[in-house]
Every structure is written in C-alpha cells, then in structure tokens.
Design a protein around this ligand. Sequence first.
Ligand code: KG4
Ligand code: ZN
Length: 340
Amino acid sequence: MPDQKINILAIESSCDDTAAAVLCNGKILSNIVATQEVHKQYGGVVPELASRAHQQNIVPVIHQALAKANIDKKDVSAIAFTRGPGLMGSLLVGTSFAKSLSMGLNIPLIEVNHMQAHILAHFIEEDGYDKPQFPFLAMTISGGHTQIVKVTDYFEMEVIGETTDDAVGEAFDKSAKILGLPYPGGPLIDKYAREGNPKAFKFPKPKVDGLNFSFSGFKTAVLYFVQKETKNDPEFIEKNLKDICSSIQYTIIGILMDKIKKAVKETGINQVAIGGGVSANSGIRQALQEAQKKWGWKCYIPKFEYTTDNAAMIGIAGYHKYQEQDFADYSITAQSRYKF
Ligand code: KG4
Ligand code: ZN
C-alpha cells in the first residue's frame, strides 16, 4: 500500500488509564493518556470507579487525540481497541465505544490483545529506533502480568514462562504499600532505590521451576521483615527507606534476570525486548544494558511513554492487523482473561 494513508484511531481502557491515539502508517500523530487519580486514596485500582472514570474520560480523550493529530473523523481508516485482558468494567467502556464508533463511521473494527500490544509497541515507527527482528524474546512486566514470550511474527507469539501468582508490578506496589508509600508504588521504589544500597538487606528469591515466576512469597517476606524491624525500632522505615527500596528492587530485578537468562539459554535467542509498566524501571533497564555488553545480547528498551498503558501500542497492533485485513465483527465481546 505505497501511497495510501492508513489512519488508525486506537482506544485503550483495560485498567485505570483512559487512552486514545492516532497513527498514520504506523507513525504516531497523537498519544493521549488520562490517568485516573481517584484510585490513589484507596491504595490500588477500584474496578467500579475505574469503569466510571473511563465513561467520563473517553469522549474528551478521543476528541483530544483527533484534534492533536489534526485528523477529521471521516479520515480515520479503522478503529482499534483493547479487547482484553483487563478489568471487565473498564474493558466494556472501550469495547462498546469502539464498536459504536466503527458502526457510526462505517469503518472496520480491529480487536487487540493488550499483552501483544505491549510487545508490538517496539514496532512503532520512530526515527533512530531499531526494531527487533523475528524471532525475539519479549518479557512483558506490568501490574497485571509477568510473561516471557517467544515472538516469531507480529501475531505469532508463544508464552514460554509466566507468573504463577502475583505479577511483578504487584510485587513492587504491594512492597511499597507495606512501606507506607502511595499507589502505584513501583515508580517510588525505583526513585528511592537509586539512592540506596542494594545489598543492605537480603530478601529470598523464590524457587520456581522452568521459566515461570512467583512473587507472592516475596511480598510476604517483605511484610515479615518490616514487621520485625519496626517492632525493634518504630522509625526503621524512615531511617532506612532508600536502602530497603534498593534491596527490594535489586532482588526483584535479580529474579527477572535469572529467568530471562535461562530463556535465552534454552531458546538460543539472544534478542530481548521488554514491555509493560515495569519496563520503565531503571534497574531492569540497566541490567539489560549490562547484558548487551557482557553477553552480546541485543536488547530493546521502550521509550518511557510506551512502557505504561497507552493507546499508541494498541494502534500499532491495529495497523499490522489492518494490513492483514484482520477485522472484527460486531458480535465481539470484551474478555477479561484473554490468552493468545
Ligand atoms: O503496564 P501498566 O501501566 O499497567 C498494567 O497493565 O498493569 O503497569 C503498571 C505497573 C504498576 O505496577 C507500576 O507500579 C509499575 O507498572 N511501574 C513500575 C515503574 N513504573 C511503573 N515499577 C517499577 N519501577 C518503575 N519505574
Ligand atoms: Zn499494560
């Protein structure tokens, strides 16, 4: 399709970010995210409130995305939306809106798997950014998921390892909550970790077979550690916050790196891409940069705006489906557990 302009309007509403983006031939024209602040006071996402906030945000966010892209509704080629996985009440807002808009504008509807989109974010057209070559390994690390995926083509992906309980983002957020930090705690742990000593305290690493992960025991270990230390000294957290955060982050990144190293060894694929909210973490970014130097891996680290939930990644997945004319019909429903 040489001279044809494919404009994709993408909608993401799987959790607590209402997002819309417009892409022209895989290049971003606009990428708008309305992060819901309402959850902060509850220390985690409240599904019912998330759904309501999506209903309030979705129209202005889409308007803003179209205006910023300077694209009129009639010039949109297709609507891409997140079908799942995610919170049902949240997904329903984006799914219903996308269906109605596609019907109203009489243009194709494209369903996108949120986890595949986190991986495909690496294919957004950006000047000076190398795209991964197939096959490569992707580690999707977020508040809802932790997976190692073997990617052989845009939509040929095999999950070869995943968490058996909590996601890695939850390990960050729950540890932060134990330390009295607000939600989401991951970025705060990262911030304090940079100024602390990663070896000040030692936390156990779980023993899990194969390429799978487990983080629920880690969170309990942090809880018991903090309870024990604050019993001896009520100001323990205040006095040691940076060192505690640094030690937590060091252990979590160690757990991730052990498994991805194992995956590289087992598959013989040494191209590694990361995606999802936790890929914003400075510790994992640094560990992968070191892996490139030490072991000759080729690592792909997304720009910050494509790490946490956004609609640009839904748009790039939609663009590739558009090229394959892989469209959805209106009987499609949201899926909170959507495997690929
Ligand atoms: O991908 P995402 O925006 O939403 C889900 O699909 O879950 O990921 C959100 C998660 C949260 O758990 C948040 O604490 C974590 O990503 N996160 C981080 C950092 N930035 C976001 N965790 C550690 N370090 C960071 N810098
Ligand atoms: Zn996500």
